[in-house]
Design a protein around this ligand. Structure first.
Ligand SMILES: Cc1ncc(COP(=O)(O)O)c(C=O)c1O
Length: 415
């Protein structure tokens, strides 16, 4: 038996039989082996994929960025997880760096391991600070599969799992009248992704976020922005919300903060909100949240991602993707209907809901890793690593061209 087959069999027997069945059915039973930069190799090197998904931003800086790998190695020489009860120089330094990069008085950072956990904490803070319970989120949005984060999401992700926490309301994204209708003095917070990825990379109108901010202020509710995917340079600005004129009360980041190497996430709070923990600073703890080994890696991620030349590289890549997709659109209308884009936060808008899954498969067959938007399958997400080079663009476009040709043919054959 090959190592590859052994891995698949063990995964099937001990991790997820359903996932193995799914990937085998669609001929996508790729097993991650070597990885570097934007590239992933199958365990037996039989296939190589260019990562156009980046795990939603985990691999913003590519796989195994050499500088980050070295920082982690150096951290291993002197640190471990640390102690989540004690004062930590590593967490303090990372929190200070985050505060320096964040606008306004977003001065405090509370660390967690994953995005969902950080969203849970944001909701707890909002409720404790306001003394209110209702949390409003966007229908089709996604903030994670942990307790309170899952409660913000669509029913299909919650239903099998029994009783759900009370006090959650959904409204359509980018719909101010719908928000206004439910935003009363029972609302603790509105939580939104700056660009809802799972909803198909929907781009809000320019007035939306500033108006949401105003409506929240009027109702005395807090505004939480989930920048787990849009933060850290993905949109061509360091924070996604910098594209709009507003200051959120809390910002959640995760994924890319890890450098793809050490799990870490954070909830940034405006200074007055930290008072929630004055009475009992131990009322919220997380054993692995802000584990010290990950802090130097995260600090290096911030340093690399905030450089003006890095952000202008992202914006130039985004322009080249737009140009490339426009050319492809001429060729593949009506299959390819357009590009939803904020920097490199991109979604290919396709003919109908069958097309996202079809294009994901055809992209895979052409060595591109792309994932359709689960709550809007007519959109295929496109999140290349931000470190990809201009020289790689023609190759990616040529493969996307082939994938679109195959996918459009397949869709047509379905009638
Ligand atoms: C916007 C957003 N928020 C939160 C999460 C949850 O993050 P995690 O899977 O690390 O819990 C995700 C994960 O995909 C996400 O895309």
């Amino acid at each position: 038996m090959t190592i590859r087959n052994d891995a698949i069999n063990a995964f099937e027997a001990h991790v997820s039989s359903g996932k193995v069945a799914f990937f085998k059915r669609f001929g996508m039973d790729f097993v991650m082996g070597a990885r570097q930069g934007p590239w992933l190799h199958d365990l037996d090197d039989s296939k190589t994929l260019f990562n156009l998904h980046s795990n939603g931003g985990v691999f913003n800086l590519g796989h195994r960025h050499p500088v980050l790998v070295n920082v982690l190695k150096e951290s291993l020489d002197r640190l471990d997880i640390g102690n989540h009860h004690l004062i930590s120089a590593e967490r303090a330094a990372l929190a200070r760096d985050l505060a320096a990069l964040a606008p306004g008085d977003l001065d405090y950072a509370i660390f967690a391991s994953g995005g969902g956990e950080a969203v849970d904490l944001a909701i707890k803070v909002a409720r404790a600070h306001t003394g209110r319970s209702v949390i409003i989120s966007a229908r089709g949005g996604y903030h994670g599969h942990t307790g309170l984060a899952m409660a913000t999401g669509d029913a299909k992700y919650r239903q099998p799992f029994g009783p759900q926490p009370a006090g959650f309301t959904q409204v359509p994204f980018d719909d101010l009248p719908a928000l206004e209708a439910v935003l009363d003095d029972t609302v603790a917070a509105v939580i939104l992704e700056t660009v809802p990825a799972t909803l198909g990379m929907v781009q809000a109108g320019n007035a939306y976020f500033p108006m949401v901010r105003r409506l929240c202020d009027r109702a005395g509710a807090l505004l939480i922005l989930d920048e787990v995917q849009t933060g850290l340079g993905r949109t061509g600005r360091f924070w996604g919300f910098e594209h709009f004129d507003l200051l959120p009360d809390m910002v959640v980041i995760g994924k890319g903060l890890s450098g793809g190497l050490y799990p870490i996430s954070a909830t940034l709070l405006r200074r007055p909100l930290e008072a929630v923990f004055h009475a009992d600073p131990f009322i919220h703890i997380s054993t692995f949240g802000g584990a010290e080994l990950g802090c130097p890696v995260a600090r290096k991620v911030l340093e690399l991602s905030a450089r003006p030349e890095f952000l202008s590289h992202v914006r130039e890549l985004a322009q080249r993707f737009r140009d490339g997709v426009e050319t492809l659109q001429e060729r593949y209308t009506p299959f390819l209907r357009g590009l939803r884009q904020l920097g490199l936060m991109m979604g290919l808008e396709l003919q109908d809901d069958l097309c996202g899954p079809i294009l994901s498969k055809c992209a895979y067959d052409n060595d591109l890793l792309m994932v359709y938007a689960n709550n809007a399958p007519a959109v295929c997400q496109c999140l290349p690593p931000l470190i990809m080079t201009f020289e790689e663009i023609p190759w990616v476009m040529e493969r996307l061209d082939r994938a679109l040709a195959a996918a459009a043919d397949f869709r047509e054959a379905l009638g």
